[in-house]
Design a binder for this molecule. Sequence first.
Ligand code: NAP
Length: 323
Amino acid sequence: MKAIQVHRAGGPEVLELTDLPKPHPGPGQVLVKVEAVGLNFADILYVAGEYLVRTRYPTIPGMEFAGVIEALGEGVEGLHPGQRVAALGGSGAFAEYALVPARSVLPVPAQMSAAEAAAFPVSYFTAYFALATQARARPGEWVLVQAAAGALGTASIQVAKVLGLRVIALASSEEKLALCQGLGAEVALLNTQGDLVDAVKNATEGKGVDILMEVVGGEGFAQSLKMLAYRGRLLVIGSASRQMAQMYPVSLMKGNQSVIGVWLTPFLSDPAEMQAATAFLMPLVASGQIRPVVGQRFKLEEAAEAFRFVLSRKNTGKVILEP
Ligand SMILES: NC(=O)c1ccc[n+]([C@@H]2O[C@H](COP(=O)([O-])OP(=O)(O)OC[C@H]3O[C@@H](n4cnc5c(N)ncnc54)[C@H](OP(=O)(O)O)[C@@H]3O)[C@@H](O)[C@H]2O)c1
């Protein structure tokens, strides 16, 4: 089978198209014929050896995908060959076939395309855990979404709207802002404008935002803290700038504010939290109330080009790789 393999840490240049034997499912595993892979910023960090889990080379990247079940390993029940599924977690999706634990598989509603299904798990589960679980969002609160036209950003706007939040979207081009407004963002601001703190304060009648989804980090982190309302919660979800951020914890005291970490991976092995998230998200998917924004599509062998595309900040929604 075709696969993208990585032998050493690096950027898009280390992604190598290779031919590997088709894997066999072990006990508790499912073999899926991959139809679409969701490209996450985390894949770029994973390949670079900069992710929160250690990368062991050689490796096949790819943590979410959709496809059709080809074969079941020993002991797997409730699934069948030919079934359309999506999967999240681990690695190995940049290939024509991927192995996943049966517990990581989600059924795909009939009206969802493979690309939409591959764009769903990581971004929507993260958006839910960030807003509902970690920030304990309440209807009527303001949330600021950074990189709002991206995969996590577009998912977060949709989940925020369902939770009754008012959304301020930040992105780097007018085209991206228009996409965010189309999804329901009430305020959309270019992240390149100079007076962002003032603009956010003006939009919120001088109060600031109750929740801020921080995914860029670095120098902008201090600015994000200044945008928080009294009892505001800053969610540390990513660091796309790949720079260190500085903060003075004492500054949080005056406004009873919080800085909260959010990482999807530990939630994946917490059955109660996954059940709550699934019960919230799946009916919304089935009813079409939330719908993943599929961005640009690339062939699997163009994975390096897709990485460069995301790194150049051109993407909207989820970039998809197709084997
Ligand atoms: N904690 C978790 O469990 C979790 C889960 C999913 C994603 N994340 C994080 O959320 C962020 C978004 O991930 P995603 O996969 O959905 O990607 P994405 O938002 O589709 O793409 C990345 C976006 O980040 C923005 N960006 C800002 N500074 C950048 C830089 N120096 N280089 C590249 N992009 C930059 C760009 O939007 P603008 O040009 O509009 O600024 C770019 O389009 C990442 O930081 C990722 O690590 C975390």
